[in-house]
Design a binder for this molecule. Sequence first.
Ligand code: BG6
Length: 475
Amino acid sequence: MSLPEHFFWGGATAANQCEGGYREGGRGIANIDLLPVGEDRFAIASGKMKRLQFDDGHFYPAQDAVDFYHHYKEDIALFAEMGFTVFRMSVSWTRIFPNGDEDQPNEEGLSFYEKVFRECRRYGIEPLVTISHFDCPIGLVQKYGGWKNRRMISFYEKLAVTLFTRFRELVTYWITFNEINMIHHLPFCAAGICFEEGENESQVIADAAHYELVASALATKRGHEINPQNKIGCMLAAGPYYPESCRPEDYWQAVCDDRDGYSLIDVQVRGNYPSYLLKKYEREGIHIPFAEGDQELLREYTVDFVSFSYYNSRVSSADSSKKDTTEGNVFPTLRNPYLKESEWGWPIDPLGLRITLNVLYDRYQKPLFIVENGFGANDIPDENGYIQDDYRIDYLRNHIREMIKAVEEDGVELWGYTSWGCIDLISNGTGEIQKRYGFIYVDRDNKGEGSLKRSKKKSFYWYQRVIASNGKELD
Ligand code: BG6
């Protein structure tokens, strides 16, 4: 088995899930800071419950997270020890523009990221930067309603241009929005949207999605102007839908469910709204808020690569009364009797990754980048404090094997693989840290207690061998 020599190996994080330091360096508050652990979390993330400030009754885990803000040197040194050649991370918008609509950026925020990128470069690690990973300044939510408002495009453009300019020599791989399709399921998390009583929610989401698409195209344009070497990608929460049976109606349902995922990146990759989405909007009476110049921007500034997260596949049935569901990334799915599930109920399906790679490559013929894949588990240290996470190694090994087949046997063009949560971090779905993904254990619990000490798990040494052998040594 062999992967291209320059194949990128590494790990992925997001600012709000690992950085902490939420009040330091002049940082402002973001939507994502306001997601507590517990019952309200999903209601807030989906825009059904409004929470625009902290309260005493809840624990907000993003405030301190795993304190990458103060530990970044130690953490990047550990990534380098594993042999990373790429590190995917995101910037916190409110470190750079604390309210979102300032004229000038906050120098302290920029200089923090400059130090992080320089530290990566010192070890030969390529930063892959997500401009917005579920991140929207609360100032913009309060004043403008978040991405409901077209004015967000110019605030985002300013953020992107600031980053492209300041980090011209340090960063060339960029992702405009994390999992853009999640706007359909987590509107507050993905776009700072809180629904008002009586609002047409589908229209609000279609508006916000359109503004994000235009902002993404504009960032692609500006990014290429500022540095023609920049590679700018879109990002999809991926995972195929399998029909529950070979009944044509079930297959058709799977096609439709898959399209719900692809519809926005179809625009980012192909430059126009797919006909099936236009027809759906027409049926539902939804209007796309096109303004002069939008169509040209979308058409001319398509992305350079397609990145995606893959955790699990899903099952579709035409019979909506079926209730045997299990969890999956963000929203549940019908249970697949052929697959085992993680402790959190997410189906484990390595072949689904090969399928995803092939389907995306067939559909777009663009280079792909796997920027999230991993296994959330409750790691229990043994009597010596060591984590023997063979379950994580198994999951990753089986997925990487399928990834290599997609490249070698199917000819998919794949730039790299970054495993999610390479260091333990806060779960986006539940807010727990005990849903751990890392090769590096962080001593912290769900209540925010612990020394934050980092230690290497068994998977750390395993991944080190995988990288050193460019995927040849997987056992
Ligand atoms: C992706 C997100 O949806 O899944 C990450 O981009 C998230 O932010 C990851 O952490 C895993 O999900 P969870 O809920 O286990 O944290």
